[in-house]
Design a protein around this ligand. Structure first.
Ligand code: XIL
Length: 370
């Protein structure tokens, strides 16, 4: 049984962790940021401007444990420009200002997300035959958004979730207005535009459904590697792969297979970022302590593999405390059958570290120095 299950405070847990790591007593105040920094890694999370405004204690917890933040929604194209030409940047600017004030790095998420409903409606309705007009709209969006935050974004998710098994193409590519208009070379257009707009940002291809040892995810890994090889061969300026890591308790994880996948990415000369870690616990029984243990165990096994790969530079969770997780939003489809809130994140609703926090800290501590 881990220290947290004994009901110890987070501070004592930290002291215990410091003792385990052979660190001096002052290490009892270590945050995930401190532990990551010592390894040459970065730890961070996704936030929303409303949380910064309405929940000061949470904002302080984010500032304490994190070195990097990303907007959970407010830099997405369909959120920024729901109608053509009217850009709503208040939320994105508030998050960028928080990062600057707190001395945190900033990720950008996401310039192009071809999932239905995640491109602006006016883009989805664009006649694919008018390629020229669509390309101009894409270029203007990227120049504007990546240009606005130029020099302030450590890495941009340039394309998000462009592979979709359910669309049943042999190359795995998601069907969208962009694929219809340009075919795969829409990647070339948008990555080149992002490189021109913010030459200092690391340019990332980000996707989900890669982590578990289940058939559609195994197939998706192969399709992603093939896509990356083609992009590299064409000189497309993709520099990193973002692995979302929306893990599912109960789904198989194979450390060896996943390590081999990460090694293939690294061998292409690409960096790796773990961008949206959380654990869906719908498959687990109600008892919170039992769930927390299973979640921490999965996170530790997963991160041990991710962080052993030296190409992995950054780790972000998709929110820091359970009550702010997307899985616990009213009306969202990821709710548990027993009606209990999910426990997907490192802190509980009292901002106390859970076993998942300890698992992350332990995995970072065990990682080779960068
Ligand atoms: C999610 C947000 O967390 C939700 O609040 C929103 O309603 C939908 O998007 N993959 C991604 C993220 O790349 O942008 C998604 O974020 C979660 C899945």
């Amino acid at each position: 049984m881990g220290p947290l299950e004994h009901g110890l405070t987070r501070r004592r847990t930290l002291a215990g962790l410091a003792a385990l790591a052979g660190l001096p007593a002052r290490a009892a105040t270590l945050s995930l940021a401190d532990i990551a920094r010592a390894k040459g890694l970065q730890f961070g999370t996704a936030i929303a401007s409303r949380q910064l405004r309405d929940d000061a204690a949470y904002a302080a917890a984010v500032a304490r444990d994190c070195m990097v933040v990303v907007a959970e929604a407010e830099m997405k194209w369909h959120v920024i420009e729901p109608e053509r030409g009217t850009r709503r940047l208040g939320g994105a600017d508030a998050i960028a200002a928080f990062a600057a004030r707190q001395g945190l790095a900033l990720r950008g998420h996401a310039l192009v997300w071809p999932l239905a409903g995640r491109l602006p409606k006016w883009i989805e309705a664009w006649p694919p035959a008018d390629k020229g007009g669509l390309e101009q709209a894409l270029l203007a969006h990227i120049a504007d958004l990546a240009g606005r935050y130029k020099g302030r974004i450590a890495s941009w998710d340039v394309v998000n979730e462009a592979l979709e098994a359910r669309d049943q193409r042999s190359d795995g590519l998601r069907r969208s207005v962009l694929l219809d208009a340009f075919g795969e070379p829409y990647f070339d257009i948008v990555f080149r535009a992002a490189a021109a707009a913010d030459p200092g940002a690391r340019l990332v291809y980000n996707d989900y459904g890669l982590e578990h040892e289940i058939p559609w995810q195994i197939a998706k890994r192969a399709q992603l590697l093939a896509l990356l090889e083609r992009l590299r061969a064409r000189g497309v300026p993709v520099q990193a792969v973002g692995i979302q890591a929306h893990l599912k308790a109960g789904d198989a994880f194979d450390a060896r297979a996943f390590a081999a996948f990460l090694a293939r990415i690294a061998a292409l000369g690409l960096a790796i970022e773990i961008t949206e870690l959380d654990v869906d616990d719908r498959a687990l029984a109600a008892d919170a302590a039992v769930r927390d243990r299973a979640i921490a165990d999965l996170v530790r096994r997963f991160l041990d593999v991710c962080l052993a790969e030296r190409a992995t530079r950054v780790l972000l969770t998709w929110g820091l405390a359970d009550h702010h997780s997307w899985m616990n939003r009213p009306g969202w489809s990821r709710s548990r059958a027993d009606g209990k809130p999910q426990r997907p994140l490192p802190l509980d609703r009292n901002l106390q570290g859970k076993p998942m926090w300890t698992a992350i800290a332990g995995a970072i501590n065990a990682a080779p120095q960068r």
